[in-house]
Design a binder for this molecule. Structure first.
Ligand code: SF4
Ligand code: SF4
Length: 180
């Protein structure tokens, strides 16, 4: 085995759960931007990293590719859309020992199903957002925590502000460098 992927546990147990992880990460970027704007030019690396992540990300209308372009296979050969759903038979897609044609059809059906569920263009709050084709999110974590695959939007305003500021700072820096 050459590669092992370690995935955080999603739990309703408050002693195990990492609360609002996305907000936590965005908050760190906001701190870096504030620090840069207050004169700490060393923060430019963090600010540029975020701007580049957004500017270089392939555009997608999907929150996540699980069940569409990404699949997980357990030790029995069972195929699931996401590592958080392994062993949950409600989300079983098929098995690698199914015939090739059967598995192909099952994967196509899965792709059709999750392409609809994870489509940001169908989310009212995303329709007028400039990040509609650039942000990513985890629809399965809210499902496991509350039974809905609807992405929570409480950190979107801060995320949009942070992305906008990081891109403006990078554009200003690139402009100054290209004219010096
Ligand atoms: S930032 Fe929020 S509102 Fe905007 S596209 Fe992403 S999830 Fe939707
Ligand atoms: S649904 Fe969430 S945990 Fe699963 S692959 Fe997508 S982002 Fe990762």
């Amino acid at each position: 085995m050459e590669n092992v992927m370690i995935v955080p546990v999603i739990s309703k147990d408050p002693t195990l759960a990492l609360p609002n992880r996305d907000f936590f990460i965005v908050d760190e970027y906001q701190t870096a931007i504030n620090s840069y704007q207050n004169g700490n030019k060393q923060e430019i690396d963090s600010v540029e990293r975020l701007a580049n992540q957004v500017l270089n990300a392939p555009p997608t209308c999907l929150y996540c590719g699980s069940g569409i372009t990404e699949f997980v296979v357990d030790s029995e050969g069972d195929v699931f859309p996401c590592q958080l759903l392994v062993s949950n038979k409600n989300f079983l897609i098929g098995n690698v020992y199914d015939t090739k044609e059967k598995l192909r059809q099952l994967l196509i059906t899965s792709k059709q199903k999750y392409s609809k569920i994870f489509d940001k263009t169908k989310d009212n709050e995303c329709q007028n957002c400039f990040l509609q084709f650039f942000c990513r999110g985890c629809p399965i974590a809210p499902y496991l925590l509350g039974n809905s695959m609807h992405i929570p939007h409480e950190s979107c305003q801060l995320l949009k502000e942070v992305v906008k500021n990081s891109i403006l700072i990078k554009a200003e820096k690139d402009f100054v460098e290209s004219n010096s």
